[in-house]
Ligand binder design. Structure first.
Ligand code: ZN
Length: 67
């Protein structure tokens, strides 16, 4: 009898875009803090959680810090 630990075996996750309520696909190997883009509205979304999957609008990149 196999030892069935609690493992996420889903091929991919989906979460709801906070901007447009579209379903956003998240790769099964995604990690919290990763940025994904909504295919509907193009918003950059940060993964805030994976169980359940949660997305938050990512803060804009502050390119001024580069110099
Ligand atoms: Zn969206």
């Amino acid at each position: 009898m196999p030892n069935t630990e609690e493992v996420l075996t889903v091929a991919g996750l989906t979460a709801v875009c906070p901007e447009c309520d579209a379903q956003v696909a998240i790769g099964s190997d995604a990690e919290v803090g990763e940025i994904v883009s909504c295919s509907e509205c193009g918003a950059d979304l940060e993964i805030r959680g994976l169980a359940p999957a949660q997305l938050q609008v990512a803060p804009p990149e502050e390119e001024d810090w580069g110099e």
